[in-house]
Design a protein around this ligand. Structure first.
Ligand SMILES: C[S@@+](CC[C@H](N)C(=O)[O-])C[C@H]1O[C@@H](n2cnc3c(N)ncnc32)[C@H](O)[C@@H]1O
Length: 211
């Protein structure tokens, strides 16, 4: 599989984003390229753009994290949670994922990469028994804000922050999520566009405080 993958088409951005963790980032990406399709973690069409669309897309979020405890809801293949844990060794990550096969993959990657800042919890976010304990919550490609806010916001401590990776339709999602904003006390919401002029595919983040 790796012969179909251009592992690092944007080396300057990769060096800046990963710094001295670049080798670990490459090791994770190579594992995902090798086993991701077979394990149902990543579609075959995504392999050639694994680095630009998935790894760098996740890595761009790293500077938004404060030191503390971050939960990644619906980690799946480890996006963005494992990529962020590789870059931010100073942050404690809890990867929340209900599917057994994906949890096994995440646990194996944590062991193989030697990451000491990651716990993996097998659960749906709404059943994860983490309510009110996290400083920030990330999620990528899990669901629209209208349904994502009710499962992510309760995990945060008062004043905690949502850092949700979103597509180009994020403004429409915000318009449809007003009821959830009110119910879960979401405020100071903003959309950040990360990586403009640095990478070929920018990352959009919905960031907001809760409580
Ligand atoms: C489309 S995948 C995206 C995976 C990864 N975040 C990515 O960007 O590639 C959605 C993931 O969310 C998980 N998921 C769905 N509902 C969830 C819930 N209520 N709590 C936690 N994870 C959930 C699924 O099992 C799946 O792994």
């Amino acid at each position: 599989m790796t012969d179909r993958l251009d592992l690092e088409p944007e080396p300057a951005a990769a060096a800046v984003l990963f710094g001295d963790r670049l080798e670990l980032g490459r090791a994770f990406t190579e594992s995902l390229a090798r086993y991701g399709e077979e394990l149902g973690l990543i579609g075959p069409l995504e392999l050639p753009r694994l680095w630009t669309r998935h790894i760098l897309n996740s890595a761009l979020v790293a500077p938004l994290l404060r030191s503390g405890r971050v939960g990644d809801v619906g980690s799946g293949a480890g996006l963005p949670g494992l990529v962020l844990a590789i870059i931010r060794a100073d942050v404690s990550f809890t990867l929340i994922e209900p599917m057994e096969r994906r949890v096994a993959w995440l646990e194996r990657q944590v062991a193989e990469l030697g990451l000491e800042n990651v716990d993996v919890v097998r659960a749906r976010a709404e059943e994860a028994k983490l309510n009110g304990s996290l400083d920030q919550v990330t999620a990528r490609a899990v669901s629209a804000l209208r349904t994502l806010i009710p499962i992510t916001a309760p995990l945060l401590r008062p004043g905690g922050e949502l850092v949700l990776l979103k597509g180009a339709g994020v403004d429409g999602e915000i318009g449809s999520a007003e009821k959830a904003f009110r119910k879960f006390k979401v405020h100071d919401a903003e959309v950040l566009v990360l990586g403009e002029g640095v990478v070929s595919e920018v990352t959009r983040v919905f960031r907001a405080k809760v409580g």
